[in-house]
Ligand binder design. Structure first.
Ligand SMILES: Cc1cc2nc3c(=O)[nH]c(=O)nc-3n(C[C@H](O)[C@H](O)[C@H](O)COP(=O)(O)OP(=O)(O)OC[C@H]3O[C@@H](n4cnc5c(N)ncnc54)[C@H](O)[C@@H]3O)c2cc1C
Length: 282
């Protein structure tokens, strides 16, 4: 284990798959669903992309054998999108083939805007053959209402989030009230015309808004799901479950935790304080 992993421990299940499996079992025991993600992005070495494929295949075996109640999220740049698109797609298809055979759902995470169109194009190409897949839409991007319209039309499952990458103002909303407004308007679009949408946020304002819309549109509590990140608001995750909502926890693991960890710190000052407190305690 790396010397500094203790800094990220709150947000990352562990550096190994074995450590993540323990976390998944605990969450499953509390009635929470899970999305497993092996950390890694912007991969430039084929060896790393191939290692990711191997680990995802092991995860699929564990899920199929009933050891875990989970689905999987992958980042295309982890599978080699920045090396070569065809190479990335061939890696992705190895995972999709195994997932199809084992009936496991695979979601493509959404990365920064230089990859948005490429990710959606790859998704549209694969969706005909692999219906057990979904994608992510970022509410902050100006293009997103149109993307949701198209995805709803083909019946695809969408995870809606605010978006965690810095984006320029010609592509993305910059102010939180506007991003929240866009999120809620797209949530309505998804509850009305979408297919088992997922709302990924820890923001009470949005969670309450989605719950209100769902009630008004008479979408039952099991007709959509909320999603949160491992380590963030764990008490609230369980409370939402007790209230009868579907709650899925995104559980990342692996040694390449720094970019993910950095995004969590950038998002919220309290997360920085938490890490600093831990540092001082040591
Ligand atoms: C399951 C999941 C998957 C994601 N996948 C992607 C992806 O593929 N691509 C991508 O770009 N982004 C992804 N994200 C990240 C997302 O885009 C946001 O950057 C991230 O969720 C922060 O936004 P937020 O709405 O959760 O809350 P924030 O904007 O961080 O906070 C808003 C408000 O929520 C409340 N809040 C937030 N956190 C806490 C807390 N820990 N304790 C108490 N109150 C809190 C506070 O009131 C806060 O003011 C994902 C997020 C989740 C949960």
């Amino acid at each position: 284990m790396s010397r500094f992993f203790f800094l990220a421990r709150r947000f990352v299940a562990g550096e190994s798959l074995e450590a993540a499996v323990e976390v998944v079992r605990t969450l499953n025991g509390a009635g929470l669903d899970v999305t497993l993600n092996m950390l890694g992005e912007g991969t430039r070495e084929r060896e790393k992309a191939e290692d990711a494929v191997r680990q995802y295949l092991v995860m699929l075996d564990l899920i199929r054998d009933g050891a875990l109640k989970a689905n999987i999220s992958v980042k295309l740049t982890h599978l080699g999108l920045d090396i070569d698109e065809d190479y990335c797609v061939s890696n992705l298809y190895r995972i999709l083939e195994a997932a199809k055979e084992k009936d496991v759902f695979i979601r493509l995470d959404m990365e920064g805007s230089p990859h948005t169109q490429q990710t959606l194009d790859i998704f549209y190409d694969l969706y005909d053959s692999y219906k057990n897949t979904g994608v992510v839409i970022q509410a902050m991007l100006l293009r997103s209402p149109h993307d949701i319209f198209v995805l709803n039309k083909i019946g695809a499952r969408v995870r809606l989030c605010k978006g965690s990458y810095r984006e320029p103002s010609d592509l993305a909303l910059q102010r939180m009230p506007n991003i929240r407004g866009a999120f809620l308007s797209m949530a309505e679009q998804l509850l009305q015309d979408g297919h088992f949408p997922a709302f990924a946020t820890h923001d009470d304002y949005l969670i309450e808004g989605v719950a209100r819309y769902a009630e008004r549109l008479e979408v039952p509590k099991d007709g959509f799901e909320f999603q949160m990140l491992y380590g963030l608001r764990p008490g609230y995750q369980r409370e939402m479950r007790r209230q009868g909502y579907r709650m899925r926890i995104y559980v990342p693991f692996g040694t390449e935790w720094m970019p993910y960890f950095y995004r969590r710190l950038r998002e919220r000052r309290e997360n920085v304080w938490f890490v600093l407190r831990n540092l001082v305690r040591r």
